[in-house]
Design a protein around this ligand. Sequence first.
Ligand code: FAD
Length: 486
Amino acid sequence: MKIAVIGGSVGNLTAAICLAREGIDVSIYEKRDYIGGKLRMVQIQGYDFEIGPTMITAPEIIEQFIASTGRDIKDYMQIRSVRHHTQNIFPQLNSFFLSTDQAFMRKQLERLDPVGASNYDDFLAEITRMKQAFEELLTLSPLVSWRQLLMPPARSAYLTLKPFETIEHFVRRYFTNEEVIASFTRYASYNGIAPNEAPAMFIIHAYDELINGVYYVAGGNLRLVRVLQQIAKEEGIRYYTGKEVTKIHVDEQAIEGVCINDELSLEADAVLMSVEDFKAQPQLFADDLTEVPYVPATQPTKTAACVMLVALNTHTQIYHHHVIYSNDRIREFEMLKRGEMPDDPTVYLYNPAFSEQERFLRGDALLIFANMPYTTDEQRVEKMKQRIYDKLAEVGLKVGDYLVTDQLWSPAQLTTMFDQYRQEGQMKKITQFLLNPILKDHQIKSLYFTGMHAHPSAGIAAAIANGERVAKRMINELVAKKNGYG
Ligand SMILES: Cc1cc2nc3c(=O)[nH]c(=O)nc-3n(C[C@H](O)[C@H](O)[C@H](O)COP(=O)(O)OP(=O)(O)OC[C@H]3O[C@@H](n4cnc5c(N)ncnc54)[C@H](O)[C@@H]3O)c2cc1C
């Protein structure tokens, strides 16, 4: 039994490890020259920039997975918590920190939002119920149509998730201070959606950040990929970089093999890949199937983002996670929707040197995100860079004085770098998130999927959990087939 895995990412490495531990022959083919997928490191003038995931949440999923391979995580890496993890700064220079320390949160709220302070316990209780309802829906298998959500056993959990409420409305039920409201509704703009349009269930991020906590991997989040690579190697998995799967050979809807870089055909009994990559690459099947499996989802979103990498020759007080807010966040999204550049953008800064200065001896290596419309116009991109610097200066962060070098990656560059295909229209639909992640294709036998990016609690931990889930299903089905029961 041979399995070809397309892409050397966190989710795929997890599934591959589970399969190899069952004695299955697994090879991973990665088209880029590095393993890690969206998790990667970029070096500029001797500064290490961590790109992609900045927050690790639900570390217990990572710990449990490593333990399930018979290993002790302590021998491989350390996952550390960031206590007061996010500093939110507002135009009037008020600060509001996000933390798992509930006494500290209540104290801040008593000063800024006394009504919110007295409602805080109820708020935490409701987001806990929502998180539990969400987890419950994930266990109901298979949940593939929205009608199932309205019927038992899914109905009660579905309604707990407030499917007809926006996150803005939800947060306003508990808090009255506009700055506090902005801090808690930002979970929608993580995904490029205006808070007054995003489903309330985006608040599940708050469960991760205010109850479960925010973490990082000592030595950099990329260490997680290195650990998975090491375990994969120890389990006998072969992985190759610079090897793009350009075709999946299918005969009578059964997988026969894969073609690498348009030149080498290899046999495979099953294929595993990210569902997002599958949707975006219908050409993988074009000659063998008359019908393209899914409509490709490659349209860029209107509310895209840019990323700036900024190297400084000093250490600043910029927090591990730091958000500088627009004066008018609703107007910001209205401008984005009209394809205009926000004149007063909300800016997110990631400064890993805040927690691990010893890794950044020369100074901070900042990663800065801001929403902006999708554009290939370099002048607009340059303008955005200036607006970001102006926004930082407004709150006293004159990083220009310590600048060593900077680079801005436009939304167009990011789409290519991250293979980011998701569409904002899909993200607004709550049912999109609640239907169980697709683990297997309905047309092609032995084509399995990892990945679930279009998801409010998507991320590294979800990719690992889903990797384990799909591997379990593959093992059951493929072993049954081998024994003549499939
Ligand atoms: C900007 C950004 C910020 C994020 N922030 C966070 C965060 O703070 N916290 C968090 O938990 N998560 C975050 N995420 C989400 C997280 O990065 C993803 O959920 C996770 O990386 C998904 O992993 P994956 O295994 O599904 O696949 P991916 O990381 O998408 O990797 C897929 C791999 O497949 C390869 N591939 C695709 N097609 C082919 C082919 N035909 N042949 C060979 N190889 C192929 C690609 O090159 C890639 O390496 C962020 C994502 C982005 C883009």
